[in-house]
Design a protein around this ligand. Structure first.
Ligand SMILES: Nc1ncnc2c1ncn2[C@@H]1O[C@H](COP(=O)(O)OP(=O)(O)OP(=O)(O)O)[C@@H](O)[C@H]1O
Length: 224
């Protein structure tokens, strides 16, 4: 059994007659930040969706903490410790920040909520200060913090975050980098999916590149 937290082995996946992933493999170790880079349309989002159960691999397998999660439903994969933060920062604009964070919690999870909320607010203090505001009032960067915060509410061992830096100002990218590093230091690993290198270079322990359906090393990352 592999000691990796996430182990993606030889995954093939696509749409209709098109094969987007053609034997893609990668691993993420516990409390490691791995960036997956690739051009527009390379298949990064497809890979993220396969890992989180939103898209079915044709062949290959995905292991999380040694458990075969290939083909499990997304809600089962969340329970095994993976949170997927999709691209696009979809917040519930007419709910408050705190309601956005708690909306998915089940009734029996309520006693745990206060603890989870306080950890999210520790990671993103800007959200704590504004928790009673409607999410519509947030900037793009704050909305990105909110959707990551929503992912953190399930106490994941691994965050898979798709294009968080898209369209953000450099100061906000720095803030995101600091948060992702703080999460790593507290034990949460991240698979960071990015088209551009700016956030990846600031934060990643390792950088990978998806090209022609396969994953290869993308040069060494600077120390963080
Ligand atoms: N639902 C779908 N049906 C058909 N083709 C799709 C679908 N989703 C994605 N594709 C195609 O699969 C390929 C990979 O898309 P994917 O979104 O995984 O790439 P990406 O690397 O994440 O790119 P981007 O950064 O633009 O999102 C693209 O050619 C895309 O057009």
């Amino acid at each position: 059994m592999s000691a990796a937290l996430l182990d993606v082995r030889d995954v093939r996946a696509g749409y209709g007659g098109t094969e987007t992933l053609r034997g893609a493999s990668l691993h993420v170790d516990p409390a490691e930040i791995v960036a997956l880079l690739g051009e527009n349309g390379a298949g990064k989002t497809t890979l993220a969706r396969v890992v989180s159960g939103l898209h079915r691999a044709r062949t290959g397998s995905v292991y999380l903490a040694g458990r075969d999660i290939t083909g499990l439903a997304p809600h089962q994969i969340v329970r095994h410790g993976l949170a997927h933060v999709s691209a696009g920062r979809r917040v519930f604009a007419s709910l408050t920040i705190e309601q956005n964070l708690t909306v998915a919690a089940r009734r029996r999870d309520r006693p745990l909520l206060a603890g989870r909320l306080s950890e999210v607010y520790e990671t993103f203090p800007a959200l704590r200060n504004r928790r009673r505001l409607l999410a519509a009032a947030l900037s793009g960067g704050e909305q990105q913090m909110l959707v990551i915060g929503r992912g953190l509410m399930s106490a994941p061992q691994l965050l898979v975050v798709d294009e968080p830096s898209s369209g953000l100002a450099p100061a906000m990218i720095d803030a995101l980098a600091a948060a992702i590093r703080a999460l790593r230091d507290a034990g949460t690993a991240t698979l960071l999916i990015e088209q551009h290198r700016s956030l990846a270079e600031r934060v990643a322990d390792r950088m990978l590149s998806l090209r022609e359906g396969r994953i290869e090393p993308a040069g060494s990352a600077p120390p963080s």
